[in-house]
Write a protein that binds this ligand. Structure first.
Ligand code: PGA
Length: 256
């Protein structure tokens, strides 16, 4: 499986900044028209500019950072998967730890959002990951297993062709602390076996499991060189076209 590199811009990047970003990024990176291995997840207000900025460029995915499970209705502050389809994005991040930590996201709501996104034809990037306290208590695999089972409760094997799992240890996000490739690999392998138990080995083997948490140009290659690490979800290092282009380049090398 070729690695996939997704930028998570979080609450950054204005619409007016996208054109220049895209131009600069595309001057350093040649997208793969046959295999979209690069994507950008922007804030809602930047989505139209993001879609516009990469219009006609094959091999680049555009995405949002959350979606609701209803099509429309009295849900102040929410945006539906249908609305994301309408604006033209391809994927959506669901259950990011910042949403779980600060906005009351639970496995149950992640499950509802994920199924809806997949049914609408979006790629769902479902995030799991343990906190620092859970990591230190040796509970990583137990927590990740619970999150996976809960978050994928209603996702059928047929829906998984558009599913990506992101393993993001909370203690590594935005902290500069990266899980070592060995630690990350061991959790990714346990995620793969959990997916095998939920579906079967064939299905589990085809689901990309990407790593997030202070992924950078200088550590991405050793991460994606691991057998069960199929790419990265990148926050801080994705905010500048140069740093993200260098990261993608470094990550792509591994498979050459
Ligand atoms: P980071 O964020 O790369 O800044 O650690 C990753 C993420 O939260 O998706």
């Amino acid at each position: 499986m070729k690695p996939i590199f997704l930028a998570n811009w979080k609450m950054n990047i204005l619409p007016a900044e996208v054109k220049e970003f895209a131009k600069n990024f595309l001057s350093q990176i040649t997208p793969d028209a046959n295999y979209a291995d690069i994507g950008f997840a922007a804030p809602y207000t930047t989505l139209a500019a993001l879609v516009d900025g990469f219009r006609g460029v094959k091999g680049i995915l555009t995405g949002a950072q959350n979606c609701h499970w209803a099509d429309n209705g009295a849900f102040t502050g929410e945006v539906s998967a249908k609305m994301l389809k309408d604006v033209g994005v391809n994927f959506v991040i669901i259950g990011h730890s910042e949403r779980r930590q600060f906005f009351g996201e639970t496995d149950e709501t992640v499950a509802k959002r994920s199924v809806k996104a997949l049914k609408e034809g979006l790629i769902a990037v479902v995030c799991v990951g343990e906190t620092k306290a859970e990591y230190e208590a040796g509970r990583t695999k137990e927590i990740v297993s619970r999150q996976l089972k809960g978050s994928l409760a209603d996702v059928t094997a047929e829906m998984t062709h558009a599913l990506i799992i992101a393993y993001e240890p909370v203690w590594a996000i935005g902290t500069g602390l990266t899980a070592t490739p060995e630690i990350a690999q061991s959790v990714h392998a346990s995620i793969r076996s959990e997916l095998t138990a939920l579906y079967n080995a064939n299905v589990a083997g085809a689901i990309p499991i990407i790593y997030g948490g202070s992924a950078k140009t200088d550590n991405i290659a050793s991460l994606v060189a691991q057998p069960d690490i199929n790419g990265g979800l990148v926050g801080g290092a994705s905010l500048k076209p140069d740093t993200f282009a260098q990261l993608v380049q470094a990550g792509r090398q591994v498979y050459k």
